[in-house]
Design a protein around this ligand. Structure first.
Ligand SMILES: C[S@@+](CC[C@H](N)C(=O)[O-])C[C@H]1O[C@@H](n2cnc3c(N)ncnc32)[C@H](O)[C@@H]1O
Length: 186
């Protein structure tokens, strides 16, 4: 079976093209690279200079990415356009400093910003890691939040291993097209 990070890419590739994508946790740039390949423009965030430098170097052939060495909690101050795709891979950089893991206080602000800026038909992908303390806080919070999103406005899917406790999982949230809103309210 594929890793969750590869499954996220499979989900993203269900659409061939996006206008504006945002990678809220740049890390080693695996997600940013895919977004740059299939989007008109990309905003990418990380709080670690090394992550930004590594990603920038890796993506030097692409000129459609704006890099932000900034907490994603401040995304609303720099994002100028609605979003078609928002990717969050929470936790810490594999092989990096574990204390620089994402924290619920800033993650929640960033996800709410992304959701508020999402275009109709756009989607949010959250990869959560409940196997460590901060990851469990994020997982519990986002599970409850996503479960409460109105079903006539959002499709929400959870992809998880049901036989392995605390393994990483994906929350896939799609803002339904405006026409679907109208249909649901007929
Ligand atoms: C699991 S890694 C992301 C992996 C990445 N998506 C990739 O494809 O390689 C999580 C990243 O989130 C970053 N991070 C932690 N807190 C953050 C914050 N408040 N704002 C933005 N990035 C943050 C970490 O520095 C780390 O690079």
């Amino acid at each position: 079976m594929k890793k969750m990070t590869a499954m996220v890419h499979d989900i993203i590739l269900q659409k061939k093209h996006y206008h504006h994508s945002v990678d809220f946790t740049m890390g080693n740039g695996n997600d940013t690279l895919l977004l740059a390949q299939i989007s008109d423009r990309v905003d990418a965030f990380d709080i670690q200079k090394e992550a930004m430098q590594r990603t920038r170097q890796r993506l030097r052939a692409y000129d459609n990415v704006t890099y932000h060495l900034l907490s994603h909690a401040y995304a609303s101050e720099v994002i100028r356009e609605n979003i078609d795709l928002a990717v969050f891979n929470f936790g810490f950089l594999p092989g990096g400093k574990e204390e620089l893991t994402t924290q619920l206080s800033s993650s929640a602000v960033a996800v709410h910003t992304a959701c508020a800026c999402l275009n109709y038909g756009g989607c949010l992908l959250l990869t959560l890691y409940p196997g460590h303390v901060q990851g469990k806080e994020e997982a519990d919070y986002f599970d409850a939040w996503a479960s409460g999103l109105p079903a006539d406005q959002y499709h929400v899917m959870k992809l998880c291993m049901v036989n392995k406790e605390n393994s990483p999982y994906i929350l896939w949230i799609e803002k339904r097209k405006k026409a679907s809103f109208a249909d649901a309210n007929k």
